[in-house]
Design a protein around this ligand. Sequence first.
Ligand SMILES: [Zn+2]
Length: 470
Amino acid sequence: MAGVMIGIEVHCQLNTESKLFCSNSNDMRNKKPNESVCPICLGYPGSKPVINKHAIELGMRIGLALDCKIADSMFFSRKTYFYPDMSKSYQITQYEVPLATEGYLTVGDTKIRIRRVHIEEDPAKLMHVGGDITNAEYVLIDYNRSGVALAEIVTEPDFTTPKQVHQFLDNLLSILEHLGVYDSSKEATLRCDANISLDGGERVEVKNITGFENVEKALNFEIIRQNGMKRMEVKVERETRHFDSDSNTTKSLRKKEYEEDYGYIFDPDLPVIKISKEWVSSIKKNMPELPDQRVKRFVKQYALDEYTASVLIYADKNLADFYEECCRNYNKPQTVANWMMNYLLKSLNWRSERIKNSKVRVGTFVELLTLIENGTITERYAKELIKEYVDTGISPKELMKKSSSGKIDLDAVVKKVLEENKKAVDEYRSGKQEALKFLLGRVLVATNKQADPKLINEALLKQLGASIAQ
Ligand SMILES: [Zn+2]
C-alpha cells in the first residue's frame, strides 16, 4: 500500500457532570429528546456561556497522557456555519490556539504524531428518518447533545494502513477510559473523521464514523475506490464523504471544504484562560494510572505474562478492574486470569456483552472458582456451568441446586452400565484391562460426557471391586 496517507480526528464526549457552557446534565441515559436543554445550549439571543472548568482539566489530562505541550493560555472561537444541528449558527470551539499540541502515541513500532487536542461543544443530534444523511425523508433534532463537552484529538497523517488506525483507536480508547475522561456506559460516544490520500493526491475526508471496525472498513473502501479512479485516470477531488455501514461504502456529501472557509472569529462572550504551570503540575500529579503502566504492574504484581495482562487491560478497562477485584477476594491471580481469558471472555463475547453491563459479579465468579478448587465440581462441569452463569447471573451454587435433578448420579449410572454389559464385566474379571476402558466409554456416553473420566474410573473400580468381594 505504497503512498497511503491517513490522518484522523477523534471526538470524545467528556465525562463531566454538566455541559461545556451551561448546567444541563451530560448524562444522556433515560432522557427524552430535548429534555436536557436551556437557553444557553439552545442558543437563545442574549444567553451567556460559562466555561466548565472540569472539561478543561479533562482535556489537559488527555494532552498530558499523549505527551503534548499544554498551552500557556487559551481562548474559544466561533466556527460559523448554518446547519440544523447548530442552533446559534456557530459552534464554540478552539481554532487558533488549541489546549494541547505536538504529542504522540505509539502503535506497534510506529509513532503517530498528535497535532492537537482541543475542547469544543457538541452539536445537536440529527435523526435521519426513512433513510440516511443523503436521502432521508425528514430529519428530527435532539438538542440534548447540543453543548456537550467534547475533546477533539487530531493526528498528523502518519498512518499508512487502515489496520494501524484501528489499533490506534483501541489504544486511545483504553487511555481515555483509564484517564476517567470517557465513560461509554453513560451513552457517551467516540466519533471519528478520517482523511485519506493516495500517492500525494487530494485528500478525501470521511465524516462521523462510529465504531472502530467501521473506520477500518471505510478506509479500506476508500483505498479501493481511489485506486480504481486512478486506473481509469479520473482525478480524485477533495471532498467530504459519508460512510454507509449497511453497504460498507462511502458516499459523497460535499465538495471542497477548507477550515478557513468557516470564518472563525474570537468568541467575545468567553474570557481568555491563563493556564499556569501550577495548574498543569497539579493535573500531572493526579494523573490516573495509564494502560501501559498498568500492564507492567500486572506482570509484576500478579506474575502474568505480558500478553494476558494486555488483553485484560486493553480489551476493556472494566475487565481489568474486575480482574483486580477478583484477585483481592481470591488470591490465585493465574487461576483467575485463566478462567477469565478462556471461558468468561468467550461467553461475554458470544453474547456481545461487556462486563460492566453483564450479570457477572465478582462474588459469584469467585464462588465458581472456589467450587472448582475444593473439588465440589469438576472443571468440565464448571465449563458448562459458566455459560448458564453468564446468561442468568445466578450464583453457581444456586445453579447447581437447580440442576441437581438433572445432575448425574454417577454410582447409579455405573451400576446400570455394569448390568447392561455383563460380558465386558466378565472379561475384566478374567484379567482383560481393555474391558475397563470399554466400560468407562459406556458410562461417559451415558452421562452425555458430563462426568469426569477420573471420577468414572474410581466409581467403576469401586463397584467392580465390590462385586468381586461378594
Ligand atoms: Zn443548557
